[in-house]
Design a protein around this ligand. Structure first.
Ligand code: NDP
Ligand code: HSE
Length: 318
């Protein structure tokens, strides 16, 4: 089985490594990158021409892990229009274009998988699509961005400045190429948009999500909350209020006992509140090469499995 890989950065590398280690029968036939001056492993099947992947009749599945949502969207449409399976980690691209991506996949028989786009290694999309299909979800909330949680943790634990902590998050590969997406809350809004679609069957464009980030939080503010044994967390929330879906991303003060209080560093956590099961929580690494690579490869395995059911069937389609 041959597949194509678009992007060989933090996520692309992690996905490639796990595929090699766990699925030696899956051949990554071509790897698309942009920069001709970067050093790459000598055995990496590099290409600079996307058509080597999209128009290649031997490739039925493409992993997309670009840091450029606009280019990724152009490629995604072409891949789906070819009837191929697309596995993407690109939450900005998915969140901004979800209705069109889904209608295109349905029209042309392509399939789209985006577990890696939401909360790194946490299998939240597949759980919403299977286990929670039977639940009446009332709210979905949590810490959806690893970089901001990492920054807030360093500021709290080590008293270092916001600027220094952001640099550390960038060095670890957690932050977006444009870190404004992380620190202004837009990345969490993109993930919340996808989660709301999966949980409630309602598409809320990320621009319509009330959003504020962590850029104005100082070490002095953190110190004050610390004196009260509290923490600041960037929390995304989608909840039904009188039958209407209300969404937001904003920093909140949490006290010990709050299920998000001990979610630190680049970890993410999602709380699902339902009528039947009450509140359940899924937590784990929300960013990074191998945690996100695991989610990508999980989708690859799903796409290549005998079950060719389109991913986009949710309870709302039944
Ligand atoms: P990186 O910046 O590390 O890597 C981006 C890759 O895309 C590079 O290999 C780059 O090529 C390639 N690229 C960019 N533009 C083009 C283009 N026009 N043509 C060909 N190749 C191109 O990004 P990440 O791996 O961190 O992120 C990738 C995606 O995954 C993003 O959408 C991000 O939001 C998402 N994501 C990231 C996570 C993380 O922890 N980092 C976690 C979950 C999702 P070159 O190598 O030549 O520069
Ligand atoms: N920049 C993102 C984050 C990557 O920090 O959560 C994972 O989606």
């Amino acid at each position: 089985m041959k597949i194509g890989l678009i992007g060989y950065g933090c996520v692309g590398k992690g996905s490639y490594q796990i595929l090699k280690e766990k699925y030696p029968s899956v051949i990554v036939d071509k790897v698309l990158v942009k920069d001709k001056t970067k050093e790459r492993p000598s055995d990496l099947p590099i290409t600079f021409d996307v058509e080597d992947i999209i128009s290649n009749p031997e490739i039925d599945l493409v992993i997309e892990a670009l840091d450029d949502a606009e280019t990724a969207f152009i490629y995604a449409l072409e891949i789906l229009q070819q009837g191929k399976a697309l596995v993407t980690a690109n939450k900005k691209m998915v969140a901004e274009n979800l209705p069109l991506l889904i209608s295109t996949s349905r029209e042309y028989g392509g399939r789209i998988f985006y577990e890696a786009a939401v909360c790194g290694s946490i299998p939240i999309i597949q759980n919403l699509n299977s286990y929670y299909r039977s639940e009446k979800i009332k709210s979905i909330s949590g810490i959806l961005n690893g970089s901001t949680n990492y920054i807030l943790t360093l500021m709290y634990d080590e008293g270092i400045s916001y600027k220094k902590a952001l640099k550390e998050a960038q060095n670890k590969g957690f932050a977006e190429s444009d870190p404004t997406l992380d620190v202004e809350g837009y990345d969490a809004a993109n993930k919340l948009s996808i989660l709301c679609y999966e949980a409630f069957g309602e598409y809320v464009a990320p621009d319509n999500i009330t959003c504020s980030g962590i850029t104005t939080i100082t070490t002095a503010t953190i110190e004050l909350t610390k004196q009260e044994n509290k923490k600041i967390k960037l929390i995304a929330r989608g909840e039904l209020q009188n039958g209407k879906l209300v969404t937001s991303v904003k920093p909140e003060i949490v006290a010990p006992g709050n299920p998000l209080y001990n979610i630190d560093n680049e970890n993410n956590s999602v709380l699902i509140e339902g009528e039947y099961a009450g509140i359940q929580q899924l937590s784990g690494k929300g960013a990074g090469s191998l945690p996100t690579g695991l989610a990508v490869v999980g989708d690859v395995a799903k796409a290549l499995s005998a079950n060719k059911e389109p991913h986009v069937v949710t309870i709302h389609d039944l």
